[in-house]
Design a protein around this ligand. Structure first.
Ligand code: ASP
Ligand code: CP
Length: 307
């Protein structure tokens, strides 16, 4: 990867995506070693700069950096001088002055990671900006799909639920179409972006009709924290029409896999029994996220110099 930063999937070519996935595959076995570390980023400092809550992205970036032997700083806006009015720019300049080599940023504002690149010399990795992009999520999803089904090209994938507020959907659709998958977006009209048809996908409002034709069903959480008006009558109504339960799962072809980026809302987009029955692939997504983030940090910070 020749990029300075990882801001979105739209910045990557198909070859660069494949290089990241292949590099991740090479690094995945570090997790199986008694000492889960390689020295490739020794002496480098990675800062996780999180202005929004996170469980898996923040922790897996931390583990990824540590497994590459980098020093890691964790900044969360809560409990920091952000509460005293400090701006993103001044916070970034403060980190820069402390000598960080890479900043992994999550922010509620779309475009915040790109803005950061104008202020600091460090490499910037987008860990989710507003409803815009979440590139490492898309990469770990592709890695997981490839590991389970052997390829991406030609697969039939449905991304289901709250597409409108989802940075995961935007990144994933770009990554899947770049590598030649056929994507269908399924959800209520109120949760599908008006311009979704221009994404190079099929749009459907009939989940039951889509399910029998799939290799991959990708479920999304209803992101109430980004909603400023009511998009459906109630969670119960949503679960009835769009939630995936055991009866709906019976419509999926044998061998199809179900993914979810997490966190899941059991009883809304997915029933508890389906979540448990498909836990293996969903936990694989989390596990693979470490290797994929190791690959991204390695390719941005280590490159040939460390190889
Ligand atoms: N964790 C993912 C994100 O931050 C998906 C979600 O929150 O539903 O975008
Ligand atoms: N999938 C994902 O980004 O999870 P977190 O919000 O917990 O980081």
């Amino acid at each position: 990867m020749t990029r300075e930063h990882l801001l979105g999937i739209d910045d990557l070519t198909a070859d660069e995506v494949t290089t990241i996935l292949d590099t991740a595959a090479g690094l995945a076995d570090v997790a199986a070693r008694p000492i889960k570390k390689v020295p490739v980023l020794r002496g480098r400092t990675v800062c996780n700069l999180f202005y929004e809550d996170s469980t898996r992205t923040r922790i897996s970036f931390e583990l990824a950096a540590k497994r590459l032997s980098a020093d890691v700083l964790n900044f969360s806006a809560r409990g920091s001088s952000v509460s005293k009015g400090e701006s993103l720019k001044d916070t970034a300049l403060t980190l820069e002055a402390m000598g960080v080599d890479a900043i992994v940023i999550r922010h509620s504002m779309s475009g915040a990671p790109r803005q950061l690149t104008r202020w600091v010399g460090a490499k910037v990795v987008n860990a989710g900006d507003g409803a815009h992009q979440h590139p490492t999520q898309a990469l770990l999803d592709l890695y997981t799909i490839r590991a389970h089904l052997g390829r991406i090209e030609g697969l039939r994938v449905a991304v289901c639920g709250d597409i409108e507020h989802s940075r995961v959907a935007r990144s994933l659709v770009q990554a899947l179409t770049l590598l030649g998958a056929e994507v269908t977006l399924v959800g209520p009209p109120t949760l599908l972006p008006l311009h979704a048809a221009t994404w190079g996908v099929t749009v459907s409002h009939d989940l039951d009709a889509v399910l029998p034709k799939l290799d991959v069903l990708y479920l999304l959480r209803v992101q109430s924290e980004r909603m400023h008006r009511q998009h459906f009558p109630s969670a119960r109504e949503y679960a009835r029409i769009w939630g995936v339960d055991r009866d709906r799962m019976a419509r999926l072809p044998e061998g199809a896999i179900v993914l979810h980026p997490g966190p899941m809302n059991r009883g809304v987009e997915v029933s508890a029994d389906v979540a448990d029955a498909h836990a293996r692939v969903i936990t694989d997504q989390v596990r693979n996220g470490i290797a994929v983030r190791m690959a991204v940090l390695y390719l941005l910070l280590g490159g040939e110099e460390a190889a």
